[in-house]
Design a protein around this ligand. Structure first.
Ligand code: NAD
Ligand code: TYD
Length: 337
């Protein structure tokens, strides 16, 4: 066993998928540092929590002393940073936690990387840093950063810090930028799980604007496999786009969910658009495909069917995450719908 990886934000949607996947397939040790915000859920990790090569630490990536002491105590060799405030709508309500975690937290990890001379940091970022596309074209790694929401601005800021550390200190860091993920264990504030749960309960499905905004959907398992590929074979200092080659309008996604659940389209409710709503995202994934041999494996039709089934099969998980704070957020965002 060689690497001990500090995975940050490993109790969230993508980080927990990564840990479940890696600990069932690879011979590494993982230390998971997670602040357990509303989006962090230890239940996402019950299947691996007893493994001897897994350790959980409750705390924030903003706590420099804690991050350093964890790395020293566990002989951490490298970091994969998933920890973030991740929801655009919440960043419109209050941007401060986004700057605190996404920008200042990333800075702490970069400083730790340098100070302890760790072998690498993989910084997990998003296609949203590139801004919005028109009808044609895709984002490449050379597309200028042009974020439109406080969330994407905070992620772009963290990406710029990573680049600055690579240029200034030759820090061994790599950035991945991925498109919209879906799959099991996603917190029901994001489009797909929200629509699945509302449809199951015959509640209105709130679609922003005209529903024609396009996202490039990727199954979370494919994203995690791409991150593992980059972690092992990516070139230090580089950026790698990750995407699902699966562009769909929001209304297409919502209608697919309704059809699979055998629910009527009359449940769809068009509501006021999100301010600054990016029109279209699409990722050019040539670089990671040609250089590292990664391609997405799961098609959307099968992935969404299995995802819907997971939410049907896990009512307890769904109820547990919809706490009082969640219901307050939901009411503020959607009124009494
Ligand atoms: P999530 O909101 O489900 O999980 C975030 C996790 O980070 C939670 O467990 C939370 O408790 C933890 N966290 C928050 N602040 C922290 C802090 N200060 N210290 C330690 N832990 C903290 O998010 P996700 O969807 O799993 O996204 C993970 C990463 O992937 C994020 O960096 C996000 O920007 C990026 N990303 C997400 C998507 C997507 O579609 N969800 C797409 C591309 C990139
Ligand atoms: P979301 O899951 O929040 O991801 P992101 O904004 O990071 O892409 O939203 C995906 C798309 O779905 C986006 O175009 C906004 C739209 N959307 C709705 O129409 N209604 C909703 O209630 C939500 C949460 C999102």
């Amino acid at each position: 066993m060689s690497d001990t990886i500090l995975v940050t934000g490993g109790a969230g949607f993508i980080g927990s998928c990564f840990i479940r996947h890696i600990l069932s397939t690879e011979d590494v040790r993982i230390v998971n540092l997670d602040a357990l915000t509303y989006a962090g859920n230890p239940e996402n990790l019950t299947q691996i929590e007893k493994k001897t090569n897994y350790t959980f630490v409750h705390g924030s990536i903003q706590n420099a002393e804690l991050v350093k002491s964890i790395c020293e105590k566990h002989n951490v060799t490298s970091i994969i940073n998933f920890a973030a405030e991740s929801h655009v709508d919440r960043s419109i309500i209050n941007a401060h936690p986004f700057i605190d975690t996404n920008v200042l937290g990333t800075l702490v990890l970069l400083e730790t990387l340098n100070e302890l001379k760790l072998t690498k940091l993989v910084h997990v970022s998003t296609d949203e840093v590139y801004g919005s596309l028109g009808k044609e074209g895709k984002f490449t790694e050379f597309t200028p950063l042009s974020p439109n929401s406080p969330y994407s601005a905070s992620k772009a800021s963290s990406d710029l810090l990573v680049n600055a550390f690579v240029s200034t200190f030759n820090s061994p860091a790599i950035i991945t930028r991925c498109s919209n993920n879906y799959g099991p264990f996603q917190f029901p504030e994001k489009l797909i799980p929200l629509m699945i749960l509302n449809a199951i309960e015959d509640k209105p499905l709130p679609v922003y604007g005209d529903g024609l905004n396009v996202r490039d959907w990727i199954h979370v398992q494919d994203h995690c496999e791409a991150i593992w590929t980059v972690y092992n074979n990516g070139e230090l200092g580089q950026v790698y786009n990750i995407g699902g080659n699966c562009e769909l309008t929001n209304i297409e996604v919502v209608k697919t969910i309704l059809k699979q659940l055998n629910k009527p389209e009359t449940l769809i409710k068009f509501i006021n658009d999100r301010p600054g709503h990016d029109r279209r995202y699409a990722m050019d994934i040539e670089k990671i495909s040609y250089e590292l041999g990664w391609k997405p494996r799961l098609n959307f039709e099968q992935g969404i069917r299995e995802t819907i089934q997971w939410y049907i099969d896990n009512p307890q998980w769904c109820n547990n995450v919809r706490t009082g704070a969640y219901r307050e957020y939901y009411k503020m965002q959607y009124g009494d719908n």
